[in-house]
Design a protein around this ligand. Structure first.
Ligand SMILES: O=C(O)CCC(=O)C(=O)O
Ligand SMILES: [Fe+2]
Length: 259
């Protein structure tokens, strides 16, 4: 059983600072075709911690995107992480794109599912909803990350940080103070596209020092599946397992709530 590292490794995926070159917003393909919310559901992989939505993106949309994302200037992460950062060995593209984040939220079933969550067949009331998402859900973080893992690449055990951000407001000029509470991972690859390995593994903590830690939770890759997991102070230790064949593509953002 993997023990909690003494030093908390962090996901280094912070927005790119001004010192680095800022890539232009990509000319993303339309987010279509997609299935309506009525055809999809929120499933629990680990209660209150890890939730999934199968087929949030259709297989054909994922295919279009993998072809498109392959044309982006991805950069391979340096092998040696900064002190306190997790080892992430993959190729990455990161961009601040509020328009794409909004499309990813509103033109898929994600907004409707997050705003009207049904867990184990039960619709959550307003209080339960706020508790689940950590506040009033606003949409997705404009910090969009694209990861490609090829054979031998992986993301070592780490925790994802919560970040305070300024969320662009649709109704008025002023932005809303917000924070990120859940990580969103959108999987574009799976064994069906030739990718082996690459599962996202969560390591729940032991309930007490005298008890054994529960077994790890494995999120198997599934084309078009979205995975949401709680982050910040409630984040579980997790990792992207090594890819042993083919390529694993994911798009990452975060759920934002009012601060
Ligand atoms: O690639 C994965 O499966 C995990 C990615 C991840 O943990 C992250 O982006 O913070
Ligand atoms: Fe992570």
């Amino acid at each position: 059983m993997p023990s909690k590292p003494t030093k908390t490794k962090k996901d280094a995926a912070k927005p790119t600072g001004s010192a680095q070159s800022v890539p232009p917003r990509p000319n993303w393909p339309p987010i279509s075709p997609v299935l309506p919310a009525a055809d999809l559901s929120l499933a629990t992989l680990l209660a209150d911690q890890v939730l999934t939505i199968s087929q949030l993106w259709t297989t054909s949309l994922c295919k279009t995107y993998v072809n498109f994302l392959s044309t982006l200037p991805l950069t391979t992460t340096p092998g040696k992480p900064k002190r306190g950062e997790a080892v992430r060995v993959n190729d990455r593209f990161q961009v601040d794109d509020p328009i794409f984040a909004e499309r990813l939220w509103s033109s898929t079933a994600l907004k409707e599912i997050v705003e009207n969550p049904v867990i184990d067949g039960e619709a959550l009331n307003e209080r339960q909803k706020r508790e689940l998402w950590g506040g009033e859900a606003l949409g997705l973080n404009s910090n969009i990350r694209v990861y490609r893992y090829s054979k031998g690449q992986y993301f070592d055990q780490h925790y994802d940080d919560s970040n305070n951000i300024s969320f662009p407001s649709t109704s008025s000029q002023s932005a809303v103070p917000a924070k990120t509470t859940w990580t969103l991972l959108l999987y574009l690859s799976s064994p069906a596209t030739g990718c082996k390995g690459g599962e996202t593994i969560f390591h729940p903590e032991a309930p007490s020092k005298r008890e054994a830690a529960p077994p790890p939770i494995v999120a198997e890759l599934e084309v078009g599946m979205a995975l949401l997991h709680r982050h910040g102070k409630d984040c579980l230790l997790h990792e992207g397992r090594e890819v042993t064949e083919g390529e694993k593509w994911i798009i990452r953002s975060d759920l934002c709530v009012k601060r």
